[in-house]
Design a protein around this ligand. Structure first.
Ligand SMILES: C[S@@+](CC[C@H](N)C(=O)[O-])C[C@H]1O[C@@H](n2cnc3c(N)ncnc32)[C@H](O)[C@@H]1O
Length: 355
């Protein structure tokens, strides 16, 4: 096995060239499968973006488990795959090969690596792939915290694989817990949660505005709940709170944050607002501005439209967003009359009343 200190950025000169027309697979899935070789009998696919890794493993004849943090990725998995939730400490004892599209956040690599090392078979081989530009040296360290052998592959089509084997028995360090003294809350977060246990600056502005302006009653939704920090503040103010997020890590974290603070918040994994949710009095949202590594406002626009559907007439959508983003006209169009409640140098908080 190659020296583990070798990292992606240092390996650019070792790039190997492939015929780009050799396969329909995207470069990251391609190199993961090339590196893995023989897949063995039981394969775990983690964060497959388009179902391609799972399909390849099925074609190989393996039993395939798949863990997708994002529900939108899970919906693209081929039939015949068994979904698993890594935040629920699943039984992976028969898994000997892991095909993993590495997340952008090092914390998420560390969190998932712990689960893999603790739950998979002792002879498991892990192949984590990503575009070179999304790999950082700290990912090697994150893997080394849970595996005895870690090395980087040669580059291929500007992509690379970090290989890990020989799981140690790491202590479970995730989810992280932090006490937010400003809010008087214990906040728990898995590695793939936006902002971890910290309070985002935009979220702080939103919470201050909500605290000052909202009457305290009725059913509220924290849309895109992350660690559950907004949901917990709303519950503390007296709202009956539902929380939703596309991310399994976010839903698990929100549930833990709610429990740690003694709140009965229901957290659900969903792309936007589930269709059976209606008649809400309040939706509060700090919407996503990227998906994975790519900047993308389409989910945010869809979430605003969902709020327009799920609010009762006269109900309110409270949004915080970066001032340069064009959400205000969308809120006006999809929900109703929209006013700016407060703004600072970077963020604006708006309140839209459902017409
Ligand atoms: C900017 S973060 C806000 C997190 C948290 N509310 C806070 O203020 O710290 C946006 C959240 O939206 C979630 N998200 C992204 N796309 C989504 C979708 N289509 N449906 C539901 N949640 C989504 C992300 O997983 C992320 O947790």
């Amino acid at each position: 096995m190659a020296e583990p200190s070798v990292v992606a950025a240092e390996l650019d000169s070792a790039e190997t060239q492939r015929d780009p027309g050799a396969s329909d697979l995207d470069p990251v899935s391609r190199i993961i499968l090339d590196e893995a070789g023989d897949l063995g009998d039981v394969v775990l696919v983690v964060d497959d973006a388009d179902g391609a890794l799972a399909a390849a493993a099925l074609e190989h004849g393996a039993r395939v488990l798949a863990a997708c943090d994002d529900i939108r990725d899970e919906e693209l998995l081929p039939t015949g795959v068994t979904p698993v939730d890594l935040t629920a400490e699943p039984d992976l004892s028969e898994v000997t090969t892991v095909l993993w599209r590495l997340p952008k956040a090092v914390a998420a690599v560390e969190d998932v690596a712990e689960v893999l090392a603790l739950r998979c078979a002792p002879d498991v081989r892990v192949y984590g792939g990503a575009r070179d530009k999304h790999l950082v040296p700290a990912m090697n360290d994150a893997l080394r915290a849970s595996f005895g052998e870690v090395s980087a592959s040669r580059g291929q089509q500007k992509s690379r694989v970090l290989r890990a084997s020989a799981p140690t028995s790491p202590a479970r360090t995730w989810p992280h817990l932090a006490t937010n003294t400003e809010l008087g809350l214990d906040v728990l977060a898995h590695g793939n949660v936006f902002g971890g246990t910290t309070l985002d600056r935009g979220t702080r502005l939103l919470l201050r505005a909500l605290h000052h302006e909202q009457p305290v009653s009725g059913r509220a939704l924290d849309l895109g709940c992350g660690s559950g920090i907004v949901a917990a503040v709303l519950a503390g103010l007296g709202w009956d709170v539902l929380a939703c997020d596309a991310s399994a890590a976010a839903v698990a974290s929100t549930t833990l944050t709610a429990e740690a603070n003694g709140f009965g918040i229901v957290a659900r994994r969903a792309d936007g607002i589930p269709l059976d949710v209606a008649g809400l009095d309040l939706v509060a949202c700090n919407p996503p501005f990227h998906r994975g590594a790519a900047k993308d406002s389409s989910a945010a626009f869809a979430m605003v439209a969902d709020a327009g559907r799920a609010l009762r007439q006269g109900g309110e959508l409270w949004l915080v967003f970066n001032s340069h983003l064009p959400y205000l006209p969308v809120a006006r169009d999809q929900v109703g009359p929209t006013r700016v409640v407060v703004r600072d140098q970077s963020y604006v908080v708006t309140c839209s009343t459902r017409r």
